[in-house]
Design a protein around this ligand. Structure first.
Ligand code: OOG
Ligand code: NI
Length: 468
């Protein structure tokens, strides 16, 4: 029997193999990431593994896919449900992006700490917002929805196997092989000719709309390895002559602990695609939609920590608007250094980041009276704090990643009121609850405090619950 996490790990590995065949520059990114990780491990020793074992980090990937309708999204959820991945978080890229990115998104990922440790594979999944009149007028919306209703992204055999794997949490070996084969194939780039006029009509609205609604299948849009030193990776890729986007998205590099998520990418490459012309003839054309991205993950921030991060982003914007000649990264680094505590202990004490707590093997004994609060217990050596890795995404970075890889700005009719989509709407559309990432991190934290309390025979006061 092949268990769910084995299916997930095998799927991630096979997808990686497939994407490397389709987009060879991705392999370069994986190779350079591995080199940087090995060098970082050599230079920093055990510290390099503070946010995940080298085994986890080396195998770690996230992918991105884009679909057109709630029904397609429900099917995607079945395929990922088979792999023990659930929808977490709601991202509205329409608001986060300056150019036209008419999608709302969630990320499918494992949620339990032990499942994440086994293989944290996640997929950023976007749904086209066809009901938003700022992008699609009534006529185009109706033709688009008709087009989308007529396609089938996932064969029934794949979905039936997926449902079984989800219900039984494993599959016999032969079925597992068949499931993986069909699942990987569903995300390959299709060779079917694209109706050029239709694609271009959508492209005038948004390149993302064309990538989703201009073709009869879906495909993996990028696959992202994890790297321990993203500044070094950026230098090495540039050194190899690969054109990277202008900046690393997310927090600046600084002397304190890695926080949240830093990402960068190389520009989408032209790929040959068959195009059908109005007279029915098929020519070979090229489209730029798929790219390579790489990321460094840091500690998960609490709502208070996240509010600080968002405030700092605004400060960086204001400051660089006032001083256009200033280097954005330097501005960010300076603000960061002023406003963000530079140690894990201080981040925890101020309730800005998530940690789990574990009874310390070398804790004081012989009759010393332990303190009662978790922060004091940690400070005095009774428990040890381990950072919780950020497993999710950042809307502003995601918008930056989308945007820097779009060929045109697209267009948006700002005179119209945008259609409302939110997390509840998305839950309804998927037919599964979209989970709140903060609730998942907070749960990991409080479970660990309960466990440590039992081990120490203490009723630990969690007055520092970062959610209060
Ligand atoms: C998704 C872009 C967002 C990330 O890592 O922030 C993303 C897409 O291009 O479909 O993957
Ligand atoms: Ni990505």
């Amino acid at each position: 029997m092949i268990s769910q996490w084995q299916l997930r790990a095998a799927f991630a590995a096979r997808l990686s193999e497939m994407y490397g065949r389709e987009v060879p520059a991705y392999n370069t990114l994986v190779d350079v990431s591995r080199e940087v990780n090995e060098d970082t491990l050599r230079a920093q020793g055990a510290d390099a593994e503070r946010l995940g074992s080298i085994g986890r980090v080396t195998a770690e990937r996230h992918g991105a896919i884009r679909v057109g309708t709630p029904a397609e999204l429900r099917d995607v959820a079945r395929v990922f449900g088979a792999l023990g991945m659930r929808p977490v978080g709601f991202y509205d890229l329409r608001e986060a992006a300056a150019s036209a990115v008419p999608v709302v998104s969630t990320a499918f990922r494992p949620v339990d700490a032990d499942e994440l440790a086994r293989n944290p594979f996640r997929v950023f999944t976007s749904l086209l917002t066809t009901a938003d009149p700022r992008f699609f007028d009534a006529g185009l919306r109706s033709r688009l929805e008709t087009f989308l209703a007529g396609r089938e992204l996932f064969p029934p055999e794949l979905l039936a196997l997926a449902d079984r794997a989800e219900a039984e949490r494993e599959l016999p070996e032969a079925d597992a092989g068949r499931f993986l084969h069909l699942a990987v194939r569903a995300f390959e780039l299709s060779a079917e000719p694209i109706d050029r006029a239709w694609y271009e009509e959508l492209e005038r609205v948004s390149a993302v709309a064309a990538d989703i609604g201009g073709v009869r299948s879906t495909h993996i849009n990028h696959l992202t390895p994890r790297v321990l030193d993203i500044d070094e990776l950026y230098r090495r890729m540039t050194g190899r002559g690969i054109e990277m986007i202008d900046a690393i998205q997310g927090p600046p590099g600084w002397k304190g602990p890695d926080l949240l998520l830093r990402q960068t990418s190389f520009r989408a490459l032209a790929e040959p695609r068959a195009l059908r012309l109005p007279d029915g003839s098929v020519i070979s054309g090229a489209l730029r939609v798929r790219f390579g991205e790489v990321e460094a993950r840091g500690i998960a921030l609490t709502p208070a920590g996240r509010a600080l991060y968002d405030r700092l982003l605004t400060l960086v914007d204001d400051e660089t608007a006032r001083h256009p000649a200033a280097d954005r990264t330097e501005v960010a680094r300076a603000l960061w250094t002023t406003h963000v505590p530079a140690t894990e202990r201080e981040l925890a004490a101020q309730g800005l980041a998530y940690f789990t707590y574990h009874a310390a093997p070398d804790r004081p004994r012989n009759g010393t009276q332990p303190p009662t609060s978790i922060v004091e217990l940690e400070r005095r050596g009774w428990v040890r704090a381990e950072p919780v890795v950020y497993e999710d995404f950042l809307p502003r970075s995601a918008a930056g990643i989308f945007q820097s890889n779009l060929s045109g700005e697209g267009s948006r009719n700002s005179g119209q009121q945008g259609a409302a989509y939110d997390s509840d709407w998305l839950s309804g559309a998927i037919g599964r609850e979209v989970l709140d990432p903060y609730a998942l991190y907070a749960r990991q934290r409080s479970l660990s405090i309960d466990r440590a309390g039992r081990e120490l025979g203490l009723d630990i006061e969690d007055i520092d619950d970062p959610r209060h």
